[in-house]
Design a protein around this ligand. Structure first.
Ligand SMILES: [Zn+2]
Ligand SMILES: [Zn+2]
Length: 116
């Protein structure tokens, strides 16, 4: 199978498509020992390092409870911020309407005075 992957890549990294591929990377270990072509990638050492360095840590963090709690907090904080923003806008609208109402009342009073 690894030979087929190497044939598919033609010796060029299948990630950056620039550097010379020297290593075979498993995109998944689900079928270890009887991998599919899609499970393997012929990559250069640099890309291979990136696969494991970046992705590996991320999956670990994503899976941890702390990560999800922090994510939840972030989402809630954003919702609170949105609500505060809405609240502020509504207050401003109320204030504006009260102002208009005040003006209308004044107009009405001066109109009545003018008539009387
Ligand atoms: Zn590469
Ligand atoms: Zn790998």
């Amino acid at each position: 199978m690894k030979r087929l992957v190497k044939e598919r890549s033609g010796g060029t990294c299948e990630r950056c498509t620039k550097a010379r591929a020297t290593e075979v990377h498993h995109t998944t270990y689900h079928r270890l020992g009887f991998e599919h072509m899609d499970d393997l990638q012929h990559v250069c050492p640099q890309c291979h390092g990136r696969c494991h360095g970046g992705k590996g840590k991320k999956t670990k963090r994503t899976g941890s409870k702390v990560f999800w709690v922090q994510r939840g907090k972030k989402v809630l904080r954003r919702q609170i911020k949105n609500l505060e923003e809405e609240n502020r806008e509504l207050r401003e609208r109320v204030a504006a309407l009260e102002g208009e109402l005040g003006n209308a009342t004044e107009d009405w009073q001066s109109f009545r005075e003018a008539v009387a």
